[in-house]
Design a protein around this ligand. Structure first.
Ligand code: PGA
Length: 250
């Protein structure tokens, strides 16, 4: 099974830094079979896609509008990111939900639009520390899956990827315990299995992933890959994760 290694750069790296980073990363991951994806800032997509040419590194965006175009100052459409070189888009990241008031309904519209445009949506779900403490994790995740994927029809080769990212782990030093991740990934796989999607459903884990802890997650049952924030900004750390995934691939 292949393991998706997906970097989420968040609001980091200029165009010049992007070109330098990808030029350094390219030869280091050249022989890896695992999909290596980088979600970069909008302004870096074109340069990143150009820099990645000739490699299997795929470039994506971290968000997009839920509309195709129009008088929407400051918005970026899926058509634009696709033309710039993106092949996937992260949707509903908890930072978008928290700081920009995005909800499951926005995410649902974006997922449908992304699929229509031929972009692979990575749909982020995850509970907060309070929801976890209240024992509401599965209830919260069910609702996110239900509302984000409502009416989503998958009839092509492009299937959404679900990213389980517990909000309490993101940007912390404390990743979720592997047993919890395994349990939640089974929960998500079972949930998706009811949807009759064509193609394979993939669930990746994100939240404080590092070269030190990635092996445990990559070996865990039902974990199809990793969504990596902080550690994806460093060529060496990210390369280490790619090669750990390569060693675990069956
Ligand atoms: P982190 O971020 O790896 O820095 O915790 C993960 C994410 O937000 O996708």
């Amino acid at each position: 099974m292949q393991k998706w290694i997906i970097g989420n750069w968040k609001m980091h790296k200029t165009v010049a830094e992007t070109i330098e980073h990808i030029s350094a990363l390219k030869p280091l991951v050249f022989r890896a079979h695992s999909p290596v994806w980088l979600a970069v800032p909008f302004t870096d997509i074109y340069a990143a896609a150009q820099a990645a040419l000739g490699s299997h590194i795929e470039i994506g965006a971290q968000n997009m509008s839920d509309l195709l175009g129009g008088a929407l100052t400051g918005e970026i459409s899926g058509v634009m990111i696709k033309e710039a070189g993106a092949s996937f888009v992260i949707l509903g990241h908890s930072e978008r939900r928290r700081h920009f008031q995005e909800d499951n309904h926005n995410v649902n519209r974006k997922v449908k639009l992304a699929l229509r445009l031929g972009l692979t949506p990575i749909v982020c779900i995850g509970e907060t520390a309070e929801e976890k403490a209240a024992g509401a994790t599965e209830q919260v995740l069910s609702r996110q899956l239900q509302e984000c994927l409502d009416g989503v029809v998958v009839d092509s080769t492009i299937t959404p990827i679900i990213a389980y990212e517990p909000v309490w782990a993101i940007g912390s030093k404390q990743a979720a315990p592997v047993e919890i991740v395994e349990k939640i990934h089974h929960f998500c796989h079972n949930w998706i299995a009811q949807l009759n999607w064509q193609g394979v459903s993939r669930v990746v884990y994100g939240g404080a992933v590092s070269p030190d802890n990635c092996g445990d997650f990559l070996k865990a049952d039902g974990v199809d890959g990793l969504l990596i924030g902080g550690a994806s900004l460093d060529v060496r750390a990210f390369t280490d994760i790619v090669w750990k995934a390569e060693g675990i691939r069956t």
